[in-house]
Write a protein that binds this ligand. Structure first.
Ligand code: FAD
Length: 487
């Protein structure tokens, strides 16, 4: 083997230059580098990227490709089953080494294992930890089993050595001089055209400028100097900018949890004890991300099957009309409709509201959590197999450390508590913008004169509630009783 044999860096969910262990390793190797991204929507078991994440991916790849070009490399784009495409490329260029950062989706684990086996003895394939602070197999109970409850999981995770300092971005990278043909990004048609439904995404994420490694770093810095100071309370208020909105950046690996951890800890230590408490509360959410990935790794059926086996027999209903009303933000519960419309327009929804809309779907409407999970998968820019599946199983009461099924969120009280002045509802449900605060979460209880004054005719401008809360709650509890009694 000569040093001129190339090393392939396979980019996946690590679309960044800084703190990228695979790229760092390649830079250190002294070998010429071939950076490649494979659009894979055919590997068995894969959850094909949804519409919103395809939009994000287009912009993220554009940014990554620019950053690599500035350092002398050209990002190769290919399409097909990841393991086959990469093995062919390694063969074609006579690669000496192949590196990537690990992913934890079941199909990705199988695919990467297959690839390593296929290349054994011919190409040295090495993978790195980059997407998580701790590998799923590094945080286990005393019995060596995975944690199913978050608090002890996080306590154990915090006891593992503190994350290292992030790796710097390499300055210049050695290109491979050979000729390679790849796809043009535009040919992948990741951006919607007919119809072009992405106007809201463009507005929300600065025409795509809000995507990518640079934007992620700016967002983290802004969050640490603004929202972080009041995070513990502010994170529950959807009408303010109280959370980091780093989720899509984290999903695509435009920023690493290690970078977040180090920057947040440094910021926490430089201010005062109160601020440090807020930072710890923020890092705890990063912990939920770690926990969800650990669950997906250890329980690979998490996206499809309830973790709690008794829920296999739950009497879910099928009701396409209610599902469509929920998807379109036409349930008649203002906080729910605001959330569903925020999701549709921007590709993102506030965490508190994700819980409220999820609860209405699986409890009041008795629709299976997988239906909500699918819709989120297609519409969220941060759609993430681990976080989405864990979130829905939590809401459905059938997951690890889940909200008990019998705890049914009251969408009115939730609205009144977390959006008391209706700011969030008014932003996303403009037909209610003139409703007085007193009725903003219960327009159906407003006297006719108030409705007239606000320009609202119920049933014409805005629907009556899709189901009465008390009735929905009781129906959910009755359904739950059927599986309890069969336990
Ligand atoms: P912040 O409050 O700033 O938190 C920082 C980071 O911590 C987030 O970016 C995220 O990576 C992580 N995080 C925060 N809360 C959670 C959580 N409850 N579980 C796991 N990680 C968390 N998150 C996704 O990234 N992708 C999803 O597909 C997804 N689907 C969800 C579905 C449901 C039903 C629910 C209830 C939650 C879901 N979440 C999902 C978790 C959470 O809602 C989002 O991560 C969060 O709202 C993102 O906003 P943020 O970046 O401003 O969060």
């Amino acid at each position: 083997m000569t040093v001129s044999q190339p090393i392939i860096v396979w980019f996946r969910q690590d679309l960044r230059i800084a703190d990228n262990p695979a790229l760092h390793h390649a830079a250190q190797s002294g070998r010429p580098i071939i950076p490649v991204f494979v659009l894979d929507d055919v590997t068995p078991g894969i959850w094909k990227a949804g519409g919103a994440t395809r939009w994000w991916l287009h912009h993220s790849l554009t940014q990554l490709s620019d950053s690599l070009r500035q350092r002398g490399l050209s990002l190769l784009l290919r399409r097909g089953p990841g393991d086959v495409v990469i093995a062919d490329l390694a063969e074609q260029v006579g690669a000496a080494e192949l590196v990537w950062n690990r992913c934890y989706e079941p199909y990705a684990v199988d695919r990467d294992t297959r690839l390593k086996a296929a290349l054994k003895g011919r190409v040295m394939a090495t993978s790195f930890k980059a997407a998580l602070l701790n590998e799923p197999w590094e945080v286990l109970t005393g019995q060596g089993t995975p944690y199913k409850v978050f608090t002890p999981y996080w306590r154990a995770a915090l006891a593992v050595t503190a994350p290292d300092r992030p790796l710097p971005a390499p300055d210049r990278l050695l290109p491979w001089p050979g000729d390679l043909t790849g796809d043009a990004l535009a040919d992948w048609q990741l951006l919607p055209t007919k119809p072009d439904w992405a106007a809201g995404l463009r507005r929300a994420w600065s025409d795509g400028e809000g995507v990518g490694e640079r934007a992620a770093a700016v967002r983290l810095a802004q969050f640490l100097s603004n929202g972080a100071a009041n995070y513990a309370l502010g994170r529950d208020v959807p009408g303010i900018d109280g959370t980091s909105r780093l989720s899509p950046h984290l999903h695509f690996g435009e920023i690493s949890p290690r970078q977040i951890w180090n920057a947040a800890k440094m910021a926490g230590e430089s201010v005062n004890e109160t601020f440090k408490v807020q930072i710890d509360s923020f890092l705890r959410e990063i912990g939920w991300r770690e926990f969800s990935h650990s669950l997906l790794y250890h329980f690979p059926t998490l996206p499809e099957r309830p973790l709690s086996a008794s829920f296999e027999a739950f009497p879910w209903t099928r009701d396409d009309t209610s599902l469509a009303a929920w998807q379109r933000g036409q349930t008649g519960y203002p906080i729910v409709d605001a959330g569903m419309r925020q999701l549709w327009v921007t590709g993102w929804m506030h965490n508190r509201v994700r819980m409220i809309v999820g609860s209405l779907l699986v409890k009041h409407l008795l629709l299976p959590w997988q239906a909500g999970e699918r819709w989120f998968w297609d519409t969220l820019v941060d759609a993430d197999l681990a976080n989405n599946a864990a979130g829905w199983q939590w809401i459905g009461g059938c997951g690890a450390d889940a909200a008990p099924y019998f705890r049914v969120f009251n969408p009115v009280l939730q609205g009144q508590k977390f959006d008391p002045d209706g700011r969030y509802v008014r932003q996303w449900v403009p037909e209610l913008k003139h409703m007085p605060d007193k009725y903003i979460h219960t327009p159906w209880t407003a006297p006719p004169v108030v409705l007239r004054g606000a320009g609202v005719t119920l049933g014409r401008d805005y629907p009556a509630p899709i189901i009465d809360h008390a009735l929905g709650r009781q129906r959910a509890l009755d359904a739950f009783a059927t599986i309890r009694s069969s336990d």
